[in-house]
Design a protein around this ligand. Structure first.
Ligand code: SAM
Length: 194
């Protein structure tokens, strides 16, 4: 999409900034909540895990992860979304929200048990670099969970599956998930770092 519509969508949802970013954040907190919470459920957190959340936006899944894990670090390039996520998780002492991207998290090697990303794969400028970065920060045996709007996903489900395998993950599973009430079909992948 190009022109003003593309600009407005990017300001609201892709790279949230200003008033459009605030509006986008409010809409995402509502429209994406089911997918955000479902991905946290898929992670089967027990309270002991170190979790990295990529692109939490307004922080619905981040809050759910923070309530179920030992420690959660969120990496979010939008200042407006970092503030929204911090406000949502203010009561949780184990959640930290940092500036960064999927391609450059700034986190140490092998420092997380689980990495979660909802509705931002399509925004990564270099998917190969991002998957290499997420593999680097996962410990051996750690789990990667990706989910995004299938209709916005370049290469579709098959392309995502292939890219995750090429990045060196194993036990890669990819499927479609339909949120129960609102929201579009999600392409989801679960994989393990060997
Ligand atoms: C469509 S929103 C989704 C937010 C939230 N996960 C949800 O589902 O409601 C995309 C988010 O990804 C962030 N983002 C954009 N580019 C990114 C990148 N390269 N790495 C990580 N996050 C990114 C945006 O700032 C935005 O908060």
């Amino acid at each position: 999409m190009s022109g003003f519509a593309g600009f407005a969508l990017d300001r609201a949802f892709g790279h949230p900034r200003g008033l459009l970013g605030a509006l986008g954040g409010a809409l995402m907190a509502c429209g994406n909540a089911a997918a955000e919470r479902q991905v946290v459920r898929l992670a089967r957190l027990t309270g002991a895990e170190q979790v990295l959340v990529i692109g939490p936006g307004p922080g619905i899944g981040l809050l759910a992860a923070g309530e179920r894990a030992d420690r959660v670090v969120a990496i979010e390039p939008s200042q407006r979304m970092r503030h929204a996520a911090e406000r949502r998780c203010a009561a949780l002492r184990n959640v930290t929200v940092l500036d960064g991207t999927a391609e450059a998290t700034g986190q140490p090697d092998a420092s997380f048990d689980v990495v979660l990303s909802v509705n931002n794969i399509q925004l990564w400028p270099d998917r190969t670099a991002a998957l290499a970065e997420l593999r680097r920060v996962l410990r051996p045996g750690g789990v990667l969970l990706l989910s995004t709007h299938e209709r916005w996903l370049p290469g579709g489900r098959a392309g995502l599956h292939a890219d995750v395998r090429t990045a060196g993950f194993v036990e890669v599973q990819t499927w479609a998930w339909q949120p129960p009430s609102r929201g579009t079909t999600q392409a989801q992948t679960r994989a393990t770092r060997p």
